[in-house]
Design a protein around this ligand. Structure first.
Ligand code: B12
Ligand code: SF4
Length: 492
C-alpha cells in the first residue's frame, strides 16, 4: 500500500504579522509525491487557523501514514505544537519536519520535541519520495541510507550526509496548487500567484540563509518551462499577477532576457514583480522587463553606509544601489528596496546615511527589516562573538523585532527613526500618487500609506476601525506587511 502523506503549514505565533502566502515548498513536495502516485493532503493552518481540537480531529479523519510539517524560525514553535497534536491524533504516523530552521538546528529540535521522528534538511523533494517509499514498503530500518535526514535511533541522534542539490530543476513538476483554495491568498481581489524560476544564490550575505537552503550554484529553469508555468497559472488558477520569488531572478542576465522573449512571444502580459541584486541589472534588461509588464522590482539595498555593506558582505556599493534604482525608475518600473537596520556595530550616523540615501534616491517602497540573526547565518556567529545578549524565543524572529541587545541602536531608537522616516515618506500625497497610478502594485503601496496615515491619526483610526468592521478586516498577503503600523492596522 502506498503511503498517505499529510503536509502542514503551521500558523504564525499570534504576536506576529499574519502575512499570508501560498507556500511553494509544500506545493513542490505534494507535486512530486502525487507524481509518484502517493495520496497527499495539505493543511494550511495560516488560512484555516484550526484550534488544537479541530486539528486533532482533522488528523484523525485523514489518518495519514506520514505527517510532514514545514517551518521557518518564526513558525518553529507553532510547528512543534502541530507535531504534538499529530502524534496524539495518529500515533502510528511518521512525523517529519523540514524548512530553514530545522535544516540548521536539527539536533536541538530532537531535544525540544519527543514527537519528532525525522528532520529533512535542505531541498526535500527527493528525500520525501525516498521516505514515502520506505514507509510504503515497511522498510524504515533502512533510514541510514537516506541522504539529507537527521533522525533518532533509540537515544542517538543520527545526522546522515547532506543530499546534493537537485541538478536539473526543470525535472520537477509544477507545484501542486490544486491543494490550495487560491481565493484565500488573494491580494486586492487579484490572484497573486508565486513562481520560483531558479534556485541557489552565489552570494553570501551575512544575514541570509539562502545559500544554505538552496546552495551557492545558480540553477535556472529553462525559459520555456518557466513560461509554461506562467501560462498554466493564468489559465488554471486565474492568476492576475505573478510574484517571482527567486533569490536573484536576473542572476543570469541572458536567461532573464530569454524568459522575457518567451513571454512576449506567447503574448503574456500580466503584471509581475521580482527580486534581484543591484549588480545583476542593466538598462537594456530593465527595459526588457518593463516591456513584459514587470511593474515592480525589489532590490536588496540593505544600507546607505559603505562600511555596513562591507560588513554584511553584500558585494555591492552605495553607488551601484543608487544607479540601479535610477535605471529601474527610468525604465518605468517601480522600485522597492529592502534594508537591514540595527546591524551589530551600526551607529546612529550610519543609519542616518541610509535615511539620507533613501531621501536622495526616492524608491517607491521601503522595507526596513531589523537585523535578525537567523540560526546558521554569519550574522548569528557575529552576534555570538560580540557576546551580545540574544533572545531564545523563536516567536520573535521576525523582521520587525529586535532579538539581540543593541546598545548602539536599541529598539526604541530604531522605531523612532523608522517612524520619522515613514511619517515623511508615506504621506497623503504619496497615497494619492500611488492611488492615481492605479496599477496593481501601486494600489498595494497606496494601501500601506493609508494604513500608516490612519494609524498616526486618532480620528482617522477610529473611522478606519468602523469601516473595517463594516467591510471586514483585510489580510496582509505576500510579504507586504513590513511596516509595524500596517500590521497593527490589520489587527483592528
Ligand atoms: C520566497 C521567500 C519568501 C516568500 C514566500 C514564498 C512562498 N510562496 O513560499 C515571502 C516573501 C512571503 C517570505 C516570507 C518570509 N520569509 Co522568506 N524566503 C523566501 C526565499 C527567498 C525562497 C523560499 C522558497 O520559496 N523556496 C523554494 C521552496 C521550494 O523551498 P522551501 O520553501 O525552502 O521548501 C523546500 C525545503 O525547505 C524543504 N522543506 C520545507 N518544508 C518541508 C517540510 C517537509 C516535511 C519536508 C520533507 C521538506 C521541507 O523542501 C522544500 C522543497 O525543496 C527564502 C530564501 C531561500 N532561498 O530559501 C527566504 C527565507 C525562507 N525567508 C526567510 C524569512 C525570515 C521570512 C519571513 C520570516 C520574513 C518576515 N516576515 O520576517 C517570512 C515568513 C514566511 C513563513 N511563513 O515562513 C528566511 C528564513 C530564515 C529562517 N531561519 O527562518 C529565508 C531563508 C531568507 C533569509 N533571510 O535567510 N519568504
Ligand atoms: S540576500 Fe540575496 S543576494 Fe544575499 S545571499 Fe541572500 S539571496 Fe543571495
Amino acid at each position: 500500500m502506498k503511503a498517505h502523506v499529510a503536509l502542514v503549514n503551521p500558523s504564525y505565533p499570534p504576536e506576529a504579522a499574519q502575512s499570508i502566502f501560498l507556500p511553494l515548498g509544500i506545493g513542490y513536495l505534494a507535486a512530486v509525491l502525487e507524481q509518484k502516485g502517493y495520496k497527499v493532503d495539505v493543511i494550511d493552518c495560516q488560512i484555516t487557523r484550526p484550534d488544537q481540537k479541530t486539528l486533532e480531529d482533522k488528523f484523525r479523519s485523514l489518518n495519514p501514514d506520514i505527517i510532514g510539517i514545514t517551518s521557518a524560525t518564526v513558525t518553529y514553535l507553532p510547528a512543534l505544537d502541530v507535531l504534538k497534536t499529530a502524534k496524539i491524533a495518529v500515533p502510528k504516523a511518521l512525523t517529519l519536519m523540514g524548512g530553514p530552521h530545522v535544516t540548521v538546528l536539527d539536533h536541538e529540535a530532537f531535544t525540544e520535541s519527543s514527537n519528532l521522528d525525522i528532520i529533512v534538511r535542505g531541498e526535500g523533494e527527493q528525500t520525501i519520495l525516498e521516505l514515502a517509499k520506505l514507509v510504503s514498503e515497511r522498510k524504515l530500518k533502512n533510514l541510514s541510507q537516506v541522504q539529507g535526514i537527521t533522525f533518532k535511533n533509540k537515544t542517538q541522534i543520527i545526522h546522515n550526509p547532506d543530499r546534493p542539490f537537485i541538478a536539473d530543476i526543470d525535472s520537477l513538476p509544477q507545484p501542486a496548487h490544486h491543494h490550495f483554495d487560491t481565493n484565500m491568498y488573494r491580494l486586492f481581489g487579484v490572484n497573486y500567484m508565486p513562481i520560483i524560476t531558479s534556485r541557489g544564490c552565489p552570494s553570501a550575505c551575512t544575514f541570509c540563509l539562502a545559500s544554505k537552503m538552496c546552495g551557492h550554484a545558480f540553477r535556472g529553469r529553462s525559459p520555456s518551462r518557466v513560461v509554461d508555468e506562467l501560462e498554466w497559472l493564468r489559465d488554471k488558477f486565474n492568476a492576475g499577477a505573478y510574484a517571482f520569488y527567486d533569490d536573484t531572478f536576473t542572476f543570469d542576465l541572458k536567461r532573464a532576457y530569454a524568459i522575457c522573449d518567451e513571454m512576449q512571444k506567447r503574448k503574456l502580459n500580466l503584471p509581475w514583480d521580482c527580486r534581484t541584486r543591484v549588480d545583476r541589472v542593466n538598462k537594456e534588461l530593465l527595459a526588457k522587463l518593463k516591456a513584459t509588464n514587470c511593474q515592480l522590482i525589489h532590490f536588496g539595498v540593505e544600507s546607505g553606509s559603505p562600511e555596513m555593506l562591507k560588513l554584511m558582505r553584500k558585494g555591492t556599493t552605495v553607488e551601484l544601489n543608487a544607479q540601479a534604482i535610477k535605471w529601474a525608475k527610468e525604465a518605468g518600473i517601480s522600485v522597492a528596496v529592502s534594508l537591514v537596520i540595527g546591524y551589530p556595530t551600526e551607529t546612529p550616523e550610519m543609519l542616518q546615511q541610509t535615511i539620507d540615501f533613501l531621501n536622495k534616491t526616492k524608491p517607491d517602497y521601503v522595507y526596513m527589516c531589523e537585523a535578525v540573526p537567523y540560526p546558521g547565518t554569519e550574522l548569528a556567529n557575529f552576534v555570538q562573538e560580540l557576546g551580545l545578549e540574544i533572545s531564545s524565543n523563536w516567536n520573535q524572529y521576525r523582521e520587525e523585532t529586535q532579538v539581540f541587545k543593541n546598545e548602539l541602536l536599541p529598539l526604541d531608537k530604531l522605531e523612532e527613526v523608522k517612524k520619522e522616516f515613514f511619517d515623511h515618506y508615506l504621506t497623503p500625497s504619496y497615497f494619492l500618487r500611488k492611488k492615481l497610478k492605479g496599477d496593481f502594485y501601486s494600489q498595494i503601496m497606496a494601501r500601506a500609506a493609508l494604513n500608516h496615515i490612519v494609524w498616526n491619526n486618532k480620528t482617522a483610526m477610529w473611522m478606519f476601525r468602523k469601516l473595517s468592521r463594516i467591510r471586514g478586516t483585510k489580510k496582509s498577503v505576500g510579504g507586504y506587511s513590513t511596516s509595524v503600523q500596517e500590521q497593527e492596522t490589520q489587527k483592528t
